[in-house]
Design a protein around this ligand. Structure first.
Ligand SMILES: Cc1ncc(COP(=O)(O)O)c(C=O)c1O
Length: 405
């Protein structure tokens, strides 16, 4: 019998499956579209929030993976507990102590990057219709993640000292107080700023007085290259109102997708159940390899090196901005992290500049998408960690030409 001839039929049009209501809050962010354009190989981009790839400890990470596979391969390939690999949680607990946060391993949940920590906190603490207080501007993917729980945002202004705690207090005493306060206290994304010591103390005191949890998102704290360490909000809290999240993304490599969360034990239980429902656990191989790596690798030395390189790239960028941007431009002077936040002079538009800059083959992220509500349209975020000093100078020269042209 000869095989049946294929039927020549036009395939039916795909059915448009209806999406959940929550997805209407989770549109692909404008920044994602911008990053796609900026990622073109011909563009010198300062748009992404990427660490320097040449500084990833790739060989040490490769050795750690090889050792894990050679000595505990079957366990590293097996399902594991949701809480995280116990030796890694113990190591994180010691790291937390160095950051002034007393947290035994039972208070630590290993997550798939700190991004998952944000999402789990939203899932566990927020109901549709709740309000969340955020600094304005704020980290976009936190707005996207928390927004998915059908909440509304209360924009709290920020200035050189970080979040305006007086504005927050007005919200907390108002008719519809927030259910959660989201803060990046150290080297904020997008502004690069730090919350001052006085504001840290006031913020924790307010959260305790009104019983409203703070989500302290700290991916950049280790990347300090100026000034002095300030206490983490979680270190100032003795009543369990601060949930702290951090990550290996900016210190080792984001591709590992390993972060963690520190919360009071009862909340960790709920967060663990939520994580179990979401992904069972963070990758066993990544967790064991990081744990192996940390056993022999000079983590503190590596971070010292990152601080030195990022500090000098930041200085290069600040100098190049001074030389190239039009008079009347202002920018933040970060003491750590990966971003400078620029305000263009009156009458200029960062969106218009973005399109003109692409013609000169240089890119940045316009600031508007980071705001809850309207903004002046004159802000832009520049990343300095991902480019060499030579390219930073070249990029800022190009940007200056278009901005002045
Ligand atoms: C403020 C902030 N929080 C969280 C994250 C997510 O980091 P990861 O999930 O890689 O740990 C980022 C990434 O850029 C960030 O800027």
């Amino acid at each position: 019998m000869s095989p049946a001839a294929p039927l020549l039929q036009t395939p039916p049009a795909p059915i448009q499956l209806p999406l959940s209501r929550r997805m209407s809050r989770m549109t692909s962010s404008a920044v994602r579209e911008i990053l796609k354009v900026a990622d073109r190989p011909d563009i010198l981009s300062f748009a992404g929030g990427l660490p320097a790839p040449e500084l990833f400890p790739v060989e040490a990470i490769a050795r750690a993976h090889a050792e894990v596979l050679a000595t505990e391969g079957a366990s590293a390939m097996q399902y594991s507990i949701t809480e995280g690999y116990p030796p890694l949680r113990e190591w994180i607990s010691r790291l937390m102590a160095q950051r002034g946060i007393a947290a035994g391993p039972e208070r630590i949940l290993v997550t798939n990057g700190s991004q998952q920590g944000i999402d789990l906190v939203g899932k566990v603490l927020l109901n549709a219709g709740d309000r969340v207080a955020v600094e304005n501007p704020s980290y976009l993917a936190a707005l996207q993640s928390l927004g998915g729980y059908e909440v509304s945002f209360d924009a709290v202004g920020s200035d050189a000292e970080g979040m305006r705690v007086d504005e927050l207090e007005a919200l907390l005493t108002g008719p519809t107080p927030p259910r959660l306060i989201y803060v990046v206290a150290d080297f904020h994304n997008p502004t690069g700023r730090q919350l001052s010591l006085a504001r840290r103390q006031q913020l924790v005191a307010l959260a305790q007085r009104y019983g409203v949890p703070i989500l302290e998102d700290d991916p950049y704290g280790e990347l300090r290259f100026g000034g002095k360490d300030l206490p983490k909000l979680a270190a100032l809290d003795d009543q369990g109102v601060v949930i702290y999240i951090s990550t290996f993304s900016k210190t080792l490599a984001p591709g590992l997708r390993v972060g963690w969360l520190v919360a009071p034990p009862s909340l960790v239980k709920s967060l663990t159940i939520a994580k179990q429902a979401s992904d069972l656990h963070t990758g066993t191989l990544s967790q064991r390899a990081i744990s192996k790596l940390l056993g022999s690798f000079d983590y503190a030395g590596h971070i010292g090196m990152l601080r030195g390189v990022y500090g000098s790239r930041c200085q290069t960028m600040l100098g190049a901005l001074e030389q190239n941007l039009p008079a009347g431009s202002k920018w933040t002077v970060p003491a750590g992290g990966m971003f400078v936040w620029v305000e263009l002079p009156e009458g200029m538009s960062a969106d218009a500049l973005f399109h003109k800059a692409l013609e000169e083959k240089v890119a940045f992220v316009p600031g508007s998408p980071f705001f809850v509500g309207a903004s002046s349209g004159r802000f832009m975020r520049l990343n300095y960690s991902n480019r060499t000093p030579e390219l930073i100078v070249e990029g800022m020269q190009r940007l200056g030409r278009v901005a002045k042209g």
